[in-house]
Design a protein around this ligand. Structure first.
Ligand code: PLP
Length: 224
């Protein structure tokens, strides 16, 4: 099932990108076992994304095929040390002090960390991230930090948004992304889209999607 889901997705995704860009599929692996993740990899997944530092550490050595590693969850500054040098792209840089701390720790470890700036595209109180209007200012500030490489923007659409809203918010994201890309060749990812909304996100110009449920099925959240 998992392999087949991946194959179907990989076949379907390119049909939706209007710019002819390659769209990277990141498997969102929170609460999945290493066995399931390895099945997704044998189905063709090349990139995996974790939300939780503890899970990332527990599973790290049990994953086959050396996929690219993404960190897509909320990150506390005191957990950075566990991820340094092991994450290929941090999606969720949602505040200046996190960027500052990640740069400092990266410099101490002798690495450069690749990051995306998280944008709170729906201006939701429950989500982190910079307001879209402040993206360019945040970019300019964070760009000055020595041990980070900004590679683009990330957003999560409001949970209850309809397709028209997603398309319109997505296009706003793409405009800001394009403006940054004009002045900076390192900018290459617009990370937007999950199982329920990746199609309109890609139609709006996303070139990286983070998909869990559509690959692995519904997650079993621990009950207590
Ligand atoms: C869980 C998660 C996803 C994937 O969600 P699905 O709806 O299962 O595809 C994508 N992005 C982030 C940040 C997530 O936490």
């Amino acid at each position: 099932m998992i392999e087949e889901n991946v194959k179907n997705l990989l076949a379907e995704i390119p049909e939706f990108n209007p710019f002819g860009e390659r769209v990277t599929l990141v498997a969102a692996v929170k609460l999945q076992t290493p066995e399931s993740i390895n099945r997704a990899i044998s189905g063709g997944v090349t990139d995996i994304g974790d939300n939780h530092v503890q899970e990332f550490r527990d599973k790290f050595a049990l994953i086959s095929g050396s996929p690219r590693r993404h960190f897509i969850g909320h990150l506390q500054t005191n957990k950075i040390k566990y991820l340094l040098g092991k994450v290929d792209l941090y999606h969720s840089i949602d505040r200046y002090n996190l960027a500052e701390e990640l740069s400092k720790k990266s410099a101490q470890a002798g690495v450069v960390s690749n990051i995306l700036l998280q944008i709170n595209i729906g201006n939701e109180e429950t989500k982190g991230g910079f307001p879209l209007e402040e993206a360019e200012e945040a970019y300019a500030q964070i760009k000055k930090l020595p041990a980070l490489k900004i590679e683009g923007l990330m957003a999560m659409m409001p949970f209850d948004a309809d397709e028209q809203t997603i398309l319109s918010l997505g296009k706003n994201m793409r405009q800001t992304y394009d403006a940054l890309r004009k002045t900076d060749d390192n900018i290459k990812y617009l990370s937007m889209g999950m199982s329920g909304d990746w199609k309109p996100c890609v139609m709006a110009g996303s070139n990286l999607i983070r998909v869990g449920t559509a690959i692995f099925g519904a997650r079993n959240y621990p009950t207590r």
